[in-house]
Design a protein around this ligand. Structure first.
Ligand code: HMG
Length: 393
């Protein structure tokens, strides 16, 4: 019998403040329905000054490690953090997270990047490591803070979140199928040069590249022995905004010549939107925020296959699938997720702009201390000598 490799546990974190897109529509003097209906978004999370990708990643991952038996912690021998909003060109976010989690010394720590696809690259790597040694566990964290220029078309599609996934040969939530479909093309649809804190994007082109890449990766998935489109109970797409997933799913159903009624389309993708509509784009974490929404919000998914389409601009796409395990309902953290989202502090337009664009980021070595604001378990306390100093709260 071949070993099942899949997801054993998960953690979720997001910025402690929240901005309602109706306030952006008001500032722009446009109808808020452009956001609620046109792109399918209501709100996005905003980080406080003492939150960043390190504190969010550690907050999500610590939920998993705190639930593990101390004897099991030694089985985590790899910690991968996927992000495109990292804090250093050299040192990996994973090394900071490793210290904050107080994991043992014998851990392979590194960072991966390919826009919003990075988390899926981390999961594919984890499966290879566990296939070689079934006793090991791999902690994969997908985390990002999405930033576009103020007053650009991308501004309503910002957001942030971290999703931590514990991958092992003793999964409780999902078991991965073997087939994987891949597609890469050199596109300039979205990018962020080293000198910029905000991304550049060709919005309309990015939608076209996204859809084309999903179709190409789907065909590759089918050629590699993947399941049939009709077999899936749900489809989980990368969600820069939820309407993007709806557009891609309608296009994919036409591509495979499946006539889906509108209610059928809705049933297959809407449960993955529930958290993303109020978190915003969390780049590499976004598809996995969709997965958490699906698992926590659906009726019984036991033994049902789920398809994933993981897109990252630039552009990479991977289509893969997994089967929900019968034990999954006993391993959900629905109340915790809803509490995390519900306790976010609403901010007005001026506060959102200040928090999003005027955050502490000295580029000349100036020392600053940062007041405690986050309700999370870790915080950015100081930046001095070009170093970021984190502490447990
Ligand atoms: P825009 O120009 O502000 O909006 O850009 P629009 O004029 O195209 O309108 C958007 C939709 O709202 C349209 O619907 C309008 O009709 C509708 P569609 O034609 O697309 O079906 N609309 C209304 N609906 C109801 N009531 C109204 C109303 N007004 C208009 N009153 C865009 C939108 C998404 C392009 C912009 O926000 C943007 O550039 N976002 C960033 C780029 C992005 O998210 N691209 C997605 C694909 S690339 C990707 O997913 C990767 C990414 O996550 C990064 C990574 O991989 O790292 C971005």
């Amino acid at each position: 019998m071949t070993t099942q490799i899949g997801i054993e546990d998960y953690g979720f974190a997001t910025g402690s403040k929240v901005f309602d897109l109706s306030l952006l529509a008001e500032h722009q003097q446009i109808s808020q329905e452009k956001y609620t209906i046109g792109i399918g978004q209501e709100k996005f999370s905003v980080p406080s000054y003492d939150e960043d990708v390190v504190t969010l990643a550690a907050a999500a991952a610590s939920q998993i490690t705190s639930r593990m038996d101390p004897a099991q912690l030694d089985s985590i021998r790899t910690l991968i953090v996927a992000t495109e909003s990292g804090i250093d060109q050299s040192k990996a976010v994973a090394v900071y997270v490793h210290r904050l989690l107080e994991l043992h010394r014998n851990v392979r720590c590194f960072e991966v990047k390919q826009a919003c696809y990075g988390g899926t690259a981390g999961l594919a790597t984890a499966q290879g490591i566990i296939a070689r040694n079934n006793d090991e566990r791999v902690l994969v964290v997908a985390v990002d803070v999405a930033r576009y220029d103020a007053d650009s078309s991308g501004e309503p599609t910002q957001g942030n979140a971290a999703v931590a996934l514990l991958v092992s040969a003793t999964p409780t939530l999902l078991a991965f199928d073997h087939a994987q479909g891949l597609a890469v093309t050199d596109a300039m649809d979205f990018w962020r040069p080293n000198h910029r804190t905000t991304a550049l994007v060709d919005g309309r082109a990015s939608i076209q590249v996204y859809i084309q890449q999903v179709l190409t990766a789907w065909d590759d998935y089918a050629r590699h022995g993947g399941r049939q489109f009709e077999d899936f109970a749900a489809f989980c797409y990368h969600q820069p905004f939820t309407k993007m997933a709806a557009k891609a799913h309608q296009r994919l159903s036409r591509h495979v010549s499946t006539e889906l009624s509108a209610p059928a389309v809705t049933a297959q993708i809407d449960p993955t939107f529930v958290y993303n509509r109020v978190v915003g784009n969390s780049y590499t974490a976004s598809m996995y925020v969709g997965l958490i929404g699906l698992l926590e919000g659906s009726n019984d998914l036991s033994n049902k296959p789920i398809a994933f389409a993981s897109y990252g601009s630039g552009a990479m796409c991977e289509v893969f699938s997994a089967v929900v395990l019968p034990s999954y309902a006993d391993h959900l953290h629905t109340e915790r997720t809803q509490h995390t989202l519900g306790q976010r502090e609403p901010v007005d337009f001026q506060s959102y702009r200040r928090l999003y664009y005027d955050y502490p980021n000295p580029t000349d070595g100036t020392a600053i201390t940062i007041a405690r604001e986050t309700p999370g378990p870790f915080r950015l306390a100081e930046i001095s000598d070009n170093q970021r100093h984190y502490e447990a709260c």
